[in-house]
Write a protein that binds this ligand. Structure first.
Ligand code: SAM
Ligand code: SF4
Length: 329
């Protein structure tokens, strides 16, 4: 069994974007009330008393949009300063990053993934929901600020939606040629917007690789990640290309993570809520940390049986009730 040592922590379920594939405009989401969110101190307590003693050393802050969370810089600082933290990363849409990149870096964050689905401002706005003003420029400024501050590796997450941004696969891949950036193509998953999924389906990573390979050639990279991405490189490029192919391939056997939602539910698998534990209530009711650790340990042991591949085997419990923004993508 894989060593499970990586916790993704959702800081907030709200977002300033309305990505078509995540929380499309007009979708009815019941946001958490402030008192329902784990506080910074509760997050630190869970990390220190539950996860670190169980061997967790890698943490990623996500959401919703994590930069909307008040006190995010202080939280980064606290987790980064824990002696057991070996890796602390964040996934953000980058819109607020231009003004925050320096303080996040100074607080100890070193790795950042920024979502960027298009280099074309109009297409970008179409994907993220325009809301009356263009957001591309400010997002791009966030990316360049992160680059200038020294975030390394700097990863860009791309979701390709057929008929929307699939004409930009090569342009997005080309970002890795001159820059030490890592562009990761994530197969669009059937959560968040089931309608879009039936309409347009998704493009398998293999097809993207073929397109890129036909243009420049493509080799498997010497750089290997510790996650689900298959890493490739355009010959001579400074950066790499990652492919996260949860729809076309099953990488459950490589999965090393569990997810903590903003309201404190610990999930063993992105698409499966089976066995999830309400850590917020346990904490607020003052349960013995040793007992909670035992429950978490049990969940981790069960993880190989509670996973994404149940989707294909027909034993999926069908718990696709939460969007990526709610689970903490
Ligand atoms: N708001 C931040 C962002 O967009 O980077 C962090 C949270 S977001 C849920 C994390 C990642 O999940 C993003 O890279 C986004 O593209 C991806 N994502 C959201 N919904 C998805 C879906 N239905 N299929 C594939 N990826 C999705
Ligand atoms: Fe917001 Fe990220 Fe979801 Fe887009 S993918 S709506 S930026 S949480």
């Amino acid at each position: 069994m894989n060593k499970i040592d990586y916790l993704r922590i959702s800081l907030i379920d709200k977002c300033n974007f309305r990505c078509q594939y995540c929380m499309p405009e007009g979708s009815q989401l019941d946001y958490l009330l402030r008192r329902e969110l784990l506080t910074n101190q509760e997050i630190i307590t869970l990390v220190q008393k539950i996860f670190i003693p169980l061997g967790f050393t890698k943490f990623r802050l996500t959401g919703g949009e994590p930069l909307l969370r008040p006190g995010v810089v202080e939280l980064v600082q606290k987790i980064a300063n824990l002696p057991q933290t070996q890796d602390l990363a964040m996934t953000t849409n980058g819109f607020l990053l231009a003004n925050m990149a320096r303080s996040l870096y100074d607080a100890g964050l070193r790795r950042i993934n920024i979502s960027l689905d298009s280099l074309n401002p109009e297409t970008f706005d179409q994907i993220i929901g325009n809301q009356g003003r263009s957001r591309w420029q400010k997002t791009w400024e966030g990316i360049t600020a992160a680059h200038q501050v020294g975030f390394d590796p700097l990863k860009l997450n791309v979701v390709i939606i057929p008929g929307v941004n699939d004409s930009e696969i090569l342009d997005l891949a080309a970002l890795t040629i001159e820059r030490n950036w890592h562009v990761r193509f994530i197969e669009f998953m059937p959560i968040g917007n089931q309608e879009l999924f039936t309409e347009r389906a998704w493009i398998p990573s293999e097809e993207l690789r073929q397109q890129i390979s036909d243009r420049w050639g493509l080799s498997e990279s010497q750089v290997t990640g510790n996650g689900p991405a298959d890493i490739f490189q355009i010959p001579g490029a400074k950066g790499t290309l990652g492919f996260i192919s949860q729809m076309s391939e099953c990488f459950c056997d490589r999965c090393n993570r569990v997810r903590l939602s903003a309201d404190g539910w610990l999930r063993p698998c992105l698409l499966n809520e089976t066995g999830q534990i309400d850590l917020k209530t346990a904490l607020r009711q003052g349960e013995n940390p040793e007992k909670v650790r035992e429950q978490v340990q049990q969940l981790i042991l069960l993880k190989p049986e509670i996973n994404f591949k149940q989707r294909d085997s027909g034993t999926d419990t069908g718990s696709y009730t939460r969007t990526m923004s709610q689970i903490g993508g």
